[in-house]
Design a protein. Structure first.
Length: 185
């Protein structure tokens, strides 16, 4: 749901709290009119989002005084000097907001790469939140078998079978195959 800006013209009351004042409302970033953000995703290509039409003024600090993911991740990445961000495709729609915040705060914009999610049979992503079972990595052979499954899921073909390959060698081959796949698409 797009935030309609209904609280934008209101004066937010301050409440005295000991030696300081508190605001019992969320802090939203007021967007300039018709703000479209364009960027190149290293895997998905050209991306564009009109923040006014698709998001509206977005929360930076919740009513309970907790800063939101959007602001926290932008500041954290900038402080650490992050230049490349690799994450799941489910977080793609956050990127335009983060790029806008980076611009406002004078931070450089990193390169972005959004990867497909691994989904279970009902289309739900595999994660700790969905109680996905752990992969078997008790020994090198099991680890390589699990890595091969992941590579197959990602459409990586002609990778070493792992019989006479170390994990490091297999990962290098998979990375090179992935890079060729991205360049050719």
């Amino acid at each position: 749901m797009v935030y309609p800006g209904s609280c934008r013209p209101q004066q937010i009351p301050l409440y005295e709290n000991g030696n300081s004042f508190t605001v019992e409302a969320a802090w939203r970033l007021a967007l300039p009119p018709d703000l479209s953000i364009h960027f190149e995703d290293l895997a998905l290509g050209k991306q564009s989002q009109n923040l006014n039409q698709e998001v509206g003024d977005f929360v930076l600090r919740r009513r309970d005084d907790v800063f939101t993911y959007q602001l926290a991740v932008v500041v954290d990445d900038a402080v650490q000097g992050i230049t490349h961000i690799v994450r799941g495709a489910d977080l793609l729609n956050n990127t335009a907001r983060q790029i806008h915040l980076q611009s406002i705060l004078g931070y450089p914009t990193p390169s972005y790469l959004h990867l497909p999610l691994v989904l279970e049979g009902h289309g739900e992503k595999l994660s700790k939140q969905t109680l996905a079972s752990a992969i078997h990595t008790e020994n090198a052979q099991q680890t390589l078998q699990e890595l091969r499954k992941a590579g197959e899921y990602l459409g990586l073909r002609d990778l070493p079978d792992g019989k006479d390959t170390s994990i490091a060698e297999w990962l290098l081959a998979a990375t090179q195959t992935w890079n060729r796949k991205i360049i050719s698409s």
